[in-house]
Design a protein around this ligand. Structure first.
Ligand code: UT7
Length: 405
């Protein structure tokens, strides 16, 4: 029997702190007028303090998505986090999210495809479902770009913001959900949008910090040119693969990078503006989080209805591009959960935290008590002590017995 990957839950989280264009004009030589006319952005959200990170935003978006799906985290088979700003290079942010949610049965991994990451994740998640390897997959796009933004560089600092969006994919026998995806890459453009240091090419050093190589470096005009061509092309291709004409598409949700990119690329598709969703002016470019955040807001604003045909399309660092054709399967609006179910969910998340603490404590205890480790430790210390004694007495070193090697 055919299996389909339906979107049954969605959620988003943006930090409370708002940074307006006027705020930015007090930091660098720019103006609200320049930013609005060149990009369409009025304000963006920025994380504050050390406690707000990519994983904390991702967890909040994920919980909201699980609530809409009315699904317990234990039912998840996989957690995919698309991000270019993970909490750490490793472990994967997805593992931190998996632990915080208590998604004990789920595999977890990060995915870096720049701003196209969420749609890449949607494609992989739906393939896991359609192939029968998973029944429920959580796909998250989450970023804290403010942490890699050079606040002295007016070319880039006006563009980016922080946030997270998530969807829950579920196996279904009802035709619909993710009907087709198109993924692409052109690594020859990798240097157009790059975080130069912190990897194996330029490991972190005093020099890389002094040279500002841990910040976003972008050749804006070239990225602009690439974006305007590729978004229209990818949208066309994915509609064709799904067997749709562009006239049948109810709403296009493009990556929110620049209003001029959206207008000029989708203008090529000759779609009326009401069929293109944009919330860029409030959040700026949140990279992998931009499409799922826009999807959530399109639902909230009543722009999506059951059976609607949607195209999600993005481009980004890599260079990469991705598009997904989604047939919306859930009747809207979704009824909120009753209070007792919300309470139950709260208890599950509390339980996940205690479980994580208990596992850490057990691991620590096991380390203390573990026999072989201590034994090896004593053996190593004993032979070092014997070696020192031999050196001190200038005795010739006897050949080593095989058992001591
Ligand atoms: O997710 C993918 C991420 N990247 C993108 O989507 C980026 C795509 N590119 C863009 O969005 C646009 O290229 C930008 C918004 C980055 C720049 O817009 P532009 O119209 O291509 O401007 P420009 O780079 O050609 O610069 C025009 C002028 C320059 O001054 P001069 O050389 O003409 O005197 C810049 O120095 O604007 C100046 N400028 C600014 N002025 C005020 C650049 N940034 C600013 C600024 N405020 N923030």
């Amino acid at each position: 029997m055919a299996r389909y990957a339906q979107i049954i839950g969605w959620g988003m989280c943006v930090p409370d702190h708002v940074l307006t264009n006027d705020d930015l004009s007090r930091i660098v030589d720019t103006s609200d007028e320049w930013i609005r006319t060149r990009t369409g952005i009025r304000e963006r959200r920025i994380v504050s303090g050390e406690t707000e990170t990519t994983s904390t935003l991702a967890v909040k978006a994920a919980r909201a998505a699980l609530e809409v799906a009315n699904l317990s985290p234990q039912q998840l088979d996989a957690v995919i986090v698309a991000t270019v700003t993970p909490d750490y290079p490793f472990p994967a942010t997805a593992c931190l999210v998996q632990d915080r949610l208590g998604a004990v049965r789920a595999s977890a991994f990060d995915l870096n495809a720049g701003c196209s990451g969420f749609v890449y994740g949607l494609s992989i998640g739906s393939s896991l479902i359609v192939s029968g390897q998973a029944d429920h997959v959580l796909v998250i796009g989450a970023e804290t770009l403010s942490r890699i933004t050079n606040w002295n560089d007016r070319d880039t600092c006006v563009l980016f913001g922080d946030g997270a969006g998530a969807v829950v994919l579920a196996a279904s026998q009802t035709p619909g959900g993710v009907r087709a995806t198109v993924l692409g890459a052109d690594g020859s453009g990798g240097d157009l949008l790059i975080l130069p240091a912190g990897g194996s090419r330029h490991p972190a050093s005093r020099q890389t910090v002094d040279d500002g190589l841990h910040f976003i470096h972008m050749r804006g005009r070239e990225v602009f040119r690439f974006a305007t061509q590729i978004m229209a092309q990818a949208a066309r291709q994915v509609a064709e693969q799904a067997g749709w004409t562009l006239d049948e598409v109810s709403l296009i949700i493009p990556h929110q990078a620049n209003e001029r990119v959206i207008q000029s690329s989708l203008g090529r598709l000759k779609l009326p503006p009401e069929r293109v969703f944009s919330n860029l002016e409030r959040y700026g470019n949140t990279s992998a989080a931009s499409i799922p955040i826009a999807l959530c807001e399109a639902v909230t604003e009543g722009r999506i209805h059951a059976d609607d045909r949607l195209i999600l399309v993005g481009f980004g660092a890599g260079l990469t591009w991705a598009a997904a054709a989604v047939q919306w399967g859930v009747p809207l609006p979704v009824q909120p959960l009753p209070w007792w179910r919300r309470l139950w969910r709260w208890l599950i998340y509390r339980g996940a935290r205690w479980r994580s603490l208990a596992l850490r404590a057990l691991r620590w205890l096991a380390g203390l008590l573990s026999g072989p480790v201590q034994h090896n430790g004593w053996r190593a210390r004993l032979s070092a002590w014997r070696e020192r004694r031999r050196q001190a007495s200038k005795e010739p070193v006897p050949p080593q017995a095989p058992s001591e090697r």
